[in-house]
Design a protein around this ligand. Structure first.
Ligand code: PMP
Length: 392
């Protein structure tokens, strides 16, 4: 796989941070970059740009099984989450969310509700990273809940939420439901004819589109105050002002179409590769364990703990593999993963956990190389730690 000239030799296993662009998305983006035209202009150039945007909107709608008019293009999932939470909360009732959400939901929920106990409830998860359904029922009962926001799949562990029962309970008390589906879309099928969420966020760069573009799905007919984050010329039906990012949106559409076309086959192939990866690492590193191994997970995510081997040292000792310690989204902050801590891992184990995330271009050969590199790195780090503990 071509992951850029400098790191061409490294095995790229950081798809949850960002995936390499799919060739279809590169071609479509490049093509749009070479054209001129503001999608709001009335002349031919403008109409051509608008046509690209319409086409992309249809490609994303096809991936999700929704209609074009239910999609707002944004700068990514962070913005989509902000938009969703701000509009759905609209200064009333409360938001209920979970302890393992991405900061793009957690911090937004804290900001829009001012974090008071009457306006924000953050539900705990169990050792597998799952929300207890009875605890959820008790949380929504008898409260004025404006919005429930629960992710469809976790970025660190890959745990897939059993969302349907939660949606039903939330709707039964009149709450709207938002899901941050950033890590799920393009990896497993989403059918919005079936999954009854009111709002859903996605991001192109997690499934082979360009960075800096995403979308918010707003189900038609949902009672929602229009509360844009950006005011201006009324683009995107008043939800998001600003000249449309035509090349980015075009790339998003092309990635959505390509991901859609290969969804089943990629999910099966990537799951098998992950099984090889996990089986080999568990066999070769005594004491290691996979987080959320007993839960339904995304095909390509492994969160593995090597007790006693700090993740930063392990990663530094395996430069041939591009991976991550927990979430790459905490912008280099050295704090331990809030997701793993919420699942009950000790701080030491949370700090000794790496995330390997595979994707559409990952090969078996790369997995074999990654296993060798990781085993060597863990053994090396453990030996150094032992030597430090027992100076001669
Ligand atoms: N939500 C989740 C679950 C994510 O993994 C990410 C990206 N790491 C985001 C939101 C933010 O997405 P974006 O980069 O498009 O702002």
């Amino acid at each position: 796989m071509n992951t850029g000239s400098d790191a061409a030799q490294a095995v790229y296993l950081d798809y949850n941070a960002t995936a390499p662009m799919r060739p279809e998305a590169v071609r479509a983006t490049y093509d749009a970059l070479q054209a001129v035209g503001n999608a709001s202009s009335v002349h031919d150039h403008g109409r051509e740009a608008a046509r690209r945007v319409d086409h992309a909107r249809q490609q994303v709608a096809d991936l999700l099984n929704c209609s074009r008019g239910e999609l707002i293009f944004t700068s990514g999932a962070t913005e989509a989450n902000n938009l969703a939470l701000q509009a759905a909360y609209a200064d009333r009732g409360m938001i209920i969310t979970s302890a393992v959400e991405h900061p793009a939901v957690l911090e937004t929920a804290r900001a829009v509700t001012a974090g008071g106990p009457d306006s924000l409830m953050i539900l705990p998860v169990d050792r597998e990273g799952k929300i207890d359904h009875e605890a959820f029922r008790a949380a929504v009962a008898g409260r004025d809940v404006a919005l429930v926001s629960i992710m469809l799949a976790n970025n660190e562990t890959g745990v897939v939420t059993d969302l349907a029962p939660l949606i039903e309970m939330a709707h039964s008390v009149g709450a709207l439901v938002h899901t941050d589906a950033t890590q799920y879309v393009g990896r497993l099928p989403v059918d919005l004819g079936d999954l009854d969420v009111d709002l859903l966020s996605l991001s192109a760069h997690k499934f082979g589109g360009p960075q800096g573009v995403g979308a918010l799905f707003i189900r038609r007919g949902v009672p929602l105050a229009q509360r844009p984050l950006v005011f201006g010329g009324g683009h995107e039906r008043g939800w998001r002002a600003g000249t449309l990012n035509v090349p980015g949106i075009t790339g998003l559409g092309a990635a959505a179409e390509a991901a859609h076309r290969h969804l089943d086959e990629e999910a099966t192939r990537i799951t098998k590769l992950r099984e090889v990866l996990e089986g080999e690492l568990l066999a070769q590193v005594p004491g290691s364990y996979i987080n959320s191994a007993a839960s339904p997970r995304l095909p390509g995510v492994t969160s593995i703990t090597f007790p006693g081997a700090p993740a930063d040292a392990v990663l530094a000792s395996m430069p041939d593999v591009a991976a991550s310690d927990g979430s790459a989204c905490s912008a280099g902050a050295p704090s331990p993963s809030h997701v793993l801590l919420a699942m009950g891992l000790s701080r030491e184990d949370a700090d000794s956990t790496i995330r390997l995330s595979l994707g559409y271009a990952t090969t078996e050969r790369e997995i074999r190389r990654a296993v060798d590199a990781a085993v060597r790195a863990v053994n090396h780090v453990c030996a150094v730690m032992r030597a430090a503990d027992n100076p001669t």
